[in-house]
Design a protein around this ligand. Structure first.
Ligand code: HEM
Length: 531
């Protein structure tokens, strides 16, 4: 009682009213569309506020640049991921990069980083291009068969399969065959995965997840294996990918011995494992877990971001036309040079495409919330002071050990002081202006390549646990958009609302058909060439 009484508390920090001790504010917070409640409560309470979790537990919501910078860049390992979620991910997907912490994470990251560098990611450009082109040729065949030279397609399913193939070839030099066969077991296992686990959460699921944060790992494991419920789909994907990963490791080890090593990420990991240096090796369980980790972290994230980009092009036809003009004139320049294919260097002369990619990543950050827990008592610096319920003005916020923190990428990315008064509008032009971020808190990932030369801010988070595949994702998006927007005109197929479904990785769903999972039907016809 004495310890609890002496404990630092955030109960004096303002926040939304809580009407249920059992569920707290979480059903409202997690139940709407992605970012919906973040925006509403941020407007009312500012960038730092308290929310209640089940059974009266306090949690902290932050979108404040300095606090975010401190957690992700400065203190990083002092803010691990919450236990419940991590336990579930570890049990389901093994000890892959996103599920480990501290020294194990540091070691894995060091081994994996070389596979995701600038030159390595640029080398994947032809793969991204070929996968996108293959999908486009299939669409053209469908259009040719149509009576009015246009088709209505659910782009989420197509782009998801094309990006699964792309990640298969680039990261593992493996053919998932997803574009050729939508019914294959692995394609089905990875399709809508996050929707099956996190989509439309029930109050019972919210309560269960919160309780798991406080249970011993063995109990979480027992509950999960015996009552898998929604997790059974994820268990299947892990079983399938681990079996493939085992074969791949064997195959690549043999190739390495014969001096035929490839440049895909898995081959680089196998090569690192063969080294004398123990620091660069991963135990077999960790090595195998990376396959599922990379697919889970890199597949739906990129494919859903592309789908939200297409949605915006349908809402803003002028953006779609301007982008297509730039793509067509770049194609002409490439032809004039006697070449047929885009390379990574061609992207440097496509500023509008880069602006569109950046704006899509900002406006529709598919990882809209990131979760951390304070491993010790801490003091968070703040960009702006907050006034507590009892009237104190705080310039920094003391927080207790064990406090769970929800960092809102969605709210941060719409901060008007950083992105301008039109932060709530999809406007790629902002990235073509002289961009001077109006905050002193430097944040996010940063690359030296020309098209990667503007910080992507918080969409890929930052620091020791930032997205390792961000260059991969950015280049893949560029190549897919070149093929898609260069080849087709897109418009909305029906007058229905498209939702930003909150499924941990945000996905587009269609109002009235949410239970179907990812769904975005677009009308597609072959693009006219002005030249
Ligand atoms: C638009 C696409 C993407 C977005 C928005 C995105 C976003 C993120 C974010 C926010 C995190 C940090 C999550 C956290 O700390 O809780 C993360 C981590 C990660 N991402 Fe991505 N990601 C994308 C694409 C990719 C791709 C293409 C790959 C791999 C090919 C990838 C691999 C990873 C991995 C392995 C981690 C864990 C890193 C670590 O814990 O050290 N991501 N990503």
């Amino acid at each position: 009682v004495y310890r609890r009484w002496r404990r630092i508390s955030i109960s004096d920090v303002p926040g939304p009213e809580c009407r249920s001790f059992l569920y707290g504010n979480l059903p409202e917070f997690l139940g709407g569309q992605a970012g919906e409640t973040d925006f509403k409560w941020r407007d009312r309470y500012g960038d730092v506020f308290r929310i209640r979790a089940p059974l009266g537990e306090d949690r902290l919501f932050i979108a404040d640049p300095k606090a975010i910078q401190y957690i992700y860049h400065t203190a990083s390992y002092r803010f691990p991921k919450p236990e419940g979620r991590r336990q579930i991910s570890r049990l389901l997907f093994g000890p892959g990069l996103s599920n480990v912490d501290g020294d194990v994470h540091r070691r894995q990251r060091r081994v994996m980083l070389p596979g995701f560098g600038g030159p390595e990611s640029r080398a994947f450009v032809p793969i991204f291009s070929q996968c996108a082109e293959k999908m486009c040729r299939k669409w053209e065949e469908e259009i040719e068969l149509s009576t009015d030279q246009s088709v209505v397609l659910d782009v989420t399913s197509w782009i998801s399969r094309a990006t699964l193939d792309a990640i298969g070839y680039a990261a593992f030099d493996y053919s998932f065959g997803a574009l050729d066969d939508s019914g294959n077991q692995l394609t089905k296992a990875y399709s809508n995965l996050f929707f099956y686990i996190f989509g439309i959460p029930t109050k019972a699921a919210i309560l269960a997840l919160s309780i798991m944060d406080h249970l011993p790992p063995a109990v979480v494991a027992f509950l999960m294996w015996n009552f898998p419920g929604r997790l059974s789909h994820a268990m299947l994907s892990n079983k399938l990918s681990t079996a493939i990963a085992k074969d791949l490791v064997k195959e690549k080890s043999e190739a390495q011995l014969e001096g035929k090593g490839r440049r895909d990420v898995m081959s680089l990991l196998v090569k690192a494992n063969a080294s004398e240096n123990a620091e660069t090796r991963l135990p077999e369980r960790e090595l195998l877990a990376q396959m599922n980790t990379i697919i889970l972290a890199g597949h739906e994230t990129t494919s859903n971001t592309l789908c939200f980009g297409l949605l915006e092009f349908c809402k803003h036809l002028e953006i779609q036309k301007k982008l297509r003009r730039e793509i067509h004139s770049a194609e002409q320049a490439i032809r004039d040079n006697g070449r047929t294919e885009f390379t990574a260097s061609d992207l440097d002369s496509m500023p509008y495409l880069s602006a569109v990619v950046k704006e899509t990543l900002r406006y529709h950050a598919v990882v809209y919330n990131v979760f951390r827990v304070s491993s010790q008592d801490n003091v968070l610096p703040l960009s702006k002071p907050i006034t507590t319920i009892s009237g104190k003005v705080l310039h920094e916020l003391p927080i207790p050990k064990g406090l769970q923190i929800v960092s809102s990428v969605a709210a941060y990315n719409r901060n008007k002081e950083i992105f301008g008064d039109d932060a709530d509008v999809f406007n790629p032009e902002r990235w073509l202006r002289e961009y001077v971020p109006k905050t002193t808190a430097s944040l996010g990932v940063y690359g030296s390549l020309q098209i990667l030369n503007i910080q992507y801010r918080f969409t890929f988070t930052g620091g020791a646990r930032s997205c390792i595949g961000w260059r991969f994702a950015v280049l893949e998006m560029h190549m897919f958009l070149i093929q898609l927007v260069g080849s087709f005109e897109f418009s909305l197929a029906e007058d229905t609302d498209i939702r930003r479904e909150a499924t941990f990785v945000m996905t587009p769903t269609t109002e009235g058909e949410i239970e179907k999972g990812s769904l975005l039907r677009l009308q597609i016809k072959v693009a006219q060439r002005e030249d």
